[in-house]
Design a protein around this ligand. Structure first.
Ligand code: ADP
Length: 494
């Protein structure tokens, strides 16, 4: 059953033609179109212009013959007519009103055209044409396939008597047909040659154009299988391909980095999970075996267990928080609140450090600065940033917190430490989810390595500007720019 549905799915899959085929087809269709257009032009237009040239020449020749016949006063009329026919390379007859050929008088019946084709009909057509002619001459294409020039002639027969005769000059169009059909054969041969050539050329061009894409697809597949050693090249194939190759190389580096970080995170998180668990187990054993009866020791050991469980909880919470924020499951609940008060409250949480460990907190916080944001999330941001400053500050254990107005009216929060600072190449990576400085450090404030990526996700979702400025050896300043909001009581008063 399963097999059958599988087969069905395959059958349904639409086959998308390859770019190679599409390019080849497009090029070939284009050249076919050009060849057809060329053939059409040659056949129709050339034939037409050739015909009209013959017609024009025939009219000129007919007129000349008519004139020469008019001027002729010799005796050998038949011979003269034959001579003219030869000279102008046309057929010439002189007919009487009944359509009989008067000249040339045929001596040899073999060359008598008047008997060999449908002559009476042609003569009838000439007479018909002449009847409607205005100036006594006509030029037309006879259905039998020749051009005809016809005109009236006045001849003197005997002494006084005049008789109207008719001049019939024609040129067979067979010649035109011959020429054009020969041209057609040549055109056909040329077209076949051009088509074969264009098929070959378009196939070669398509091959060249699609080669880098095929190559890159192969490499991308390799990359998808987890091989980060692939290198994309595109320089030889033009700037677009070069750009694509660069982008893919960049993507490879990013994926590889993210992959490394993910592995590192798993190592870090498992380590961070393991440490409290080991402690919990060790202290629980201690209570059972040693301190169970000693209330003082028991209380101390139980506290360690509680602290470690808290650490585990915050780690799990951080991981959950981040994934919820990232997935967009958690909805922000923005409200207008007193950021000055809020910052002070967060700072107070670190108070135990100044008492116990000698940390110095310098706070420069302007009163009554309201902003509109999700206070819980902003609390996390401030806590993480101040916590980091505590963790990474220098020997003097100094951490400065500032909250005030920027010249543009926005509120600026910043926290500065006097630590080692962050190297420029690490400035952008520290915000990454899995990034953790390679250097081991003691951390008074427990971190999970996810702090800054939580900060980044929260602030990005709020659309707030934030960043870090750092001088190696001197310390770092992390800042956030909040929009200033008018407090609600104030808006009510107005
Ligand atoms: P962690 O729990 O490791 O502090 P974070 O996400 O908060 O995780 O910070 C990521 C990394 O950024 C830290 O491992 C550290 O290398 C660097 N970093 C953060 N804050 C500071 C700071 N104030 N001074 C120097 N480096 C910092």
């Amino acid at each position: 059953m399963k097999e059958r549905t599988k087969k069905k799915n395959y059958a349904k899959k639409r086959v998308t033609p390859s770019i190679y085929f599409l390019l080849w087809a497009a090029f070939s269709a284009f050249s076919l179109l050009i060849v057809l257009l060329f053939g059409f032009m040659q056949n129709i237009m050339l034939k037409q212009s050739y015909k009209s040239e013959i017609a024009y020449n025939l009219a000129e020749q007919g007129k000349a013959i008519r004139q020469e016949l008019g001027n002729y006063d010799g005796l050998f009329y038949s011979a003269f007519v034959r001579y003219l026919a030869q000279r102008y390379d046309v057929g010439v007859y002189i007919l009487d009103a009944d359509g009989n050929v008067v000249f040339p008088v045929e001596e040899d019946s073999e060359t008598d055209f008047t008997e060999s084709f449908d002559f009476p009909e042609k003569v009838a057509r000439l007479m018909e044409q002449l009847a409607s002619a205005e100036n006594g001459e006509v030029l037309y294409e006879d259905p039998s396939g020749e051009y005809v020039y016809g005109s009236e002639l006045i001849a003197y027969v005997g002494t006084e008597e005049t008789q109207t005769l008719y001049l019939y000059v024609f040129k067979p169009l067979k010649l035109v047909e011959n020429v054009t059909s020969e041209m057609n054969i040549r055109t056909m041969l040329f077209a076949i040659f051009v088509l074969v050539l264009s098929f070959a050329v378009s196939s070669a061009i398509s091959g060249v154009l699609t080669k880098p894409i095929t190559e890159m697809t192969q490499k991308a597949k390799q990359l998808a299988r987890g091989d980060f050693s692939v290198d994309f090249h595109g320089r030889a194939y033009g700037s677009e391909m070069e750009q694509l190759a660069e982008t893919l190389n960049f993507a490879r580096d990013e994926i590889s980095r993210s992959d490394c970080m993910q592995k590192e995170l798993i190592a870090n998180v498992s380590h961070d999970f393991k440490t409290p668990l080991t402690m919990i187990k060790a202290y629980a054993s201690m209570i059972r075996e040693i301190s169970g009866d000693n209330p003082e020791k028991r209380a101390k050991h139980t506290q360690v267990i509680i602290d470690e469980a808290d650490r585990l909880t915050s780690l799990v919470n951080d991981v959950l928080d981040l994934s919820k924020m990232r997935a967009g499951i958690e909805v922000l609940k923005p409200e207008v609140f007193d950021l000055s008060e809020y910052t002070r409250k967060v700072l107070e949480k670190f108070g135990y450090l100044s008492e116990k460990e000698g940390y110095v907190f310098a706070a420069d916080i302007e009163n009554g600065l309201y902003t509109c944001a999700d206070p819980v999330k902003i609390g996390e941001v401030l806590y993480n940033l101040i916590g980091n400053a505590v963790n990474y500050t220098g020997e003097d254990k100094k951490v400065s917190v500032f909250l005030g107005r920027d010249p543009d009216g926005n509120i600026r929060f910043s926290v500065t430490d006097t630590g080692k600072g962050i190297r420029p190449e690490e400035l952008s990576t520290i915000w990454d989810r899995y990034y953790r400085s390679a250097e081991a450090h003691k951390r008074p404030v427990k971190g999970t390595g996810l702090g800054l990526s939580i900060v980044k996700t929260i602030l990005e979702r709020h659309n707030f500007r934030f960043g870090v400025e750092s001088v190696v050896g001197k310390g770092s300043t992390f800042y956030v720019v909040f929009p200033y909001a008018v407090p609600e009581e104030q808006t009510k008063d107005e």
